[in-house]
Ligand binder design. Structure first.
Ligand code: ADP
Ligand code: MG
Length: 558
């Protein structure tokens, strides 16, 4: 007997759905991009699994995505002959929003909303709620799916209001392989049964999905091909318009913004591969996930292999795109992928190209680069810490707020050019935010002498400075650490040049007293020329941790 089981969505999903339906309304066409890109992913997964298990692809030839319009029945159906889902996979994939867990997910949304440039229409893509976007246009959704190679088929149905049902369906009522999603459209969503509307949306949003898309105008009519599923990256750069690149970027990455940069090239010679990579125009939601994973896709001869091949270093994990190579076999195991010397050569090549493109942007478009740096600087700087080979390149690329920069950014080249002749050190101060740092008493002596100090406010800053990098022969020094002899620097002209204060007997007595009273709290008390207005300040010892790092480590240890 076929019994229907009811399940509740994970907590908060109902709230999330409600919010999406009501705040993302302005661009609800995006539901179609989400469903088409899921269908294309399913076809690519099948192609890949069929390499080791060819029988999976048997029976139902070429991969395709078919949309069927039913004006009378007010239904839109999206069907693919991809990998399909088992019962367990349906529960896992369609019953859980953003598999990282609903709570974390809701927190991200709350956090994003409080940001000043929060943008409703980016919400779905930014948070990867993909599939659920169909409830913007449907009052009820049925998903019938058959996993490739299986004789069972299952139906998942929901009105998107808090629960879903799963039941078995007769194999004759299911696709021979893959997934059929039927949207029972809301009263005001009738336009999604219009051929003209659907064709336009497909061409606008999904024109370069690498699986052909077919359209059936009404039930029983013949399928007409709308897009050919050719791979955009195999075409030459000069034939591709900016709009085509943007469409492709959006369907590939699930982002809804304009890419800040695209890097498209074909490498020939020792290794042959094509790369099409994008630097997003805004921060992807998963940029600070602890796994720090990249999302670049690996293709071999246009067959999607994996998005887990570490094609760029961790500090470029915000880059979206793909590498397609003919140098690798199709049936590579995970271990082979991890250890392949060909892939490490490709990785080097891609990294260089992406960094070069960012450098070019820095030279040609200061505002564009400032925006990119605002978004991705904190991640790029991880490379100063981790990638010894590219350390000086990344230092040169880095931008900083300083005591003289105001709200703008300065490069280290700017800093060194404007530094005093006798200055051998690049001074910095680490802490929570620029305004807080600007108020620090530690800066008084530097300001009085016109010495610029970098204000380092990202957590990663406390780490890379520890690797004792150098820039153009100058070392970095924390102004809160150890003794700093500022008397070597003269004050600006016109000001009285004061001498280092003589340690008088009175002062000696005061210091001895302070040392005695603070013996458990500090290791030393000394006269300093780093202050001009404040009486005292705390500094870390020369060999010890910088004060900000101490705070970060302390926070992490709890
Ligand atoms: P994402 O695509 O980012 O993983 P979605 O919400 O769009 O998130 O989809 C959730 C999951 O549901 C997918 O990862 C996939 O496992 C499954 N899924 C959705 N649509 C299909 C489909 N047409 N065929 C097979 N699996 C699908
Ligand atoms: Mg998706």
């Amino acid at each position: 007997e076929n019994s229907v089981e009811n399940h509740a969505f994970e907590a908060d999903v109902a709230r999330l759905l409600h919010m999406m339906v009501h705040s993302v309304y302005s661009d609800r066409n995006v539901f179609l991009r989400e469903l088409i890109s899921n269908a294309a992913d399913a076809c690519e997964k099948l192609r890949y699994e069929a390499i080791t298990n060819p029988s999976l692809a048997g029976g139902d030839g070429e991969n395709r995505i078919t949309l069927t319009l039913d004006e009378e029945g007010k239904r839109l159906t999206i069907e693919d002959n991809g990998i399909g889902m088992s019962r367990a996979e349906m529960i896992e994939a369609l019953g859980t929003i953003a598999r990282s867990g609903t709570r974390a997910f809701m927190e991200r949304i709350e956090a994003a909303k409080s940001e000043k440039n929060y943008n409703d229409t980016q919400l779905i893509g930014q948070f990867g709620v993909g599939f659920y976007s169909c409830f913007m246009v449907a009052e009820k959704v049925d998903v019938v799916s058959r996993r490739a190679g299986s004789s069972e088929a299952w139906r998942w149905s929901s009105d998107g209001k808090g629960s879903y049902a799963i039941d078995a369906v007769e194999p004759v009522d299911a696709p021979a392989r893959g997934t059929r999603i039927t949207l029972h459209l809301l009263d005001d969503a009738g336009t999604y049964t219009s051929r003209w509307t659907i064709e336009k949306i497909i061409k606008d949003q999904s024109g370069h999905v690498p699986v052909p898309i077919m359209l059936v105008e009404k039930p029983g009519a013949e399928a007409v091909r709308v897009t050919d599923g050719s791979a955009l990256w195999t075409r030459s750069k000069s034939e591709i318009s900016a709009e085509e690149y943007t469409d492709f970027y959006r369907s590939l990455s699930g982002q809804y913004d304009e890419p800040a940069l695209n890097v498209h090239f074909r490498a020939e010679g020792r290794h042959e591969y094509t790369t099409l990579a994008f630097v997003p125009g805004s921060q992807p939601f998963d940029m600070f996930d602890p796994d720090r994973k990249g999302r670049m896709k690996l293709y071999v001869k246009r067959v999607f292999i994996t998005d887990d091949a570490d094609l760029v270093p961790r500090y470029l994990r915000f880059v979206r795109g793909l590498v397609d190579t003919s140098d690798l076999p199709l049936n590579m195991s995970r271990e082979m992928i991890q250890e392949s010397p060909i892939l490490s050569a490709i990785r080097k090549g891609v990294t260089s190209r992406v960094l070069t493109a960012i450098e070019k942007l820095a030279e040609s478009d200061a505002d564009g680069f400032a925006k990119l740096w605002e978004n991705f600087g904190p991640v790029l700087k991880e490379g100063i810490y981790e990638d010894f080979e590219r350390r000086s390149q990344l230092l040169a690329l880095s931008r900083f707020r300083t005591t003289t920069s105001g709200e703008a950014f300065r490069s280290l080249a700017d800093y060194v050019r404007d530094a005093k002749d006798e200055q051998k050190t690049i001074y910095y101060l680490t802490g929570g935010n620029p305004d807080q740092l600007r108020a620090s008493p530690q800066l008084e002596g530097f300001r009085a002498r016109g010495i610029e100090v970098l204000l380092l406010t990202d957590s990663i800053d406390s780490f890379w400075v520890m690797n004792a990098p150098e820039f153009e022969g100058k070392s970095f020094k924390s102004i809160t650490q150890g003794a700093t002899d500022l008397s070597q620097f003269s004050k600006p002209e016109g000001e009285v040049q004061e001498k280092r204060p003589e340690t008088t007997a009175v002062l000696d007595e005061l210091i001895a007293f302070a040392k005695l009273r603070l013996t458990d709290a500090v290791s030393d008390v000394r006269v300093s020329d780093r202050l001009t207005e404040s009486a005292v300040c705390l500094v870390a010892s020369e060999g010890g941790y910088d004060r900000q790092l101490e705070k970060i480590l302390h926070g992490a240890g709890r």
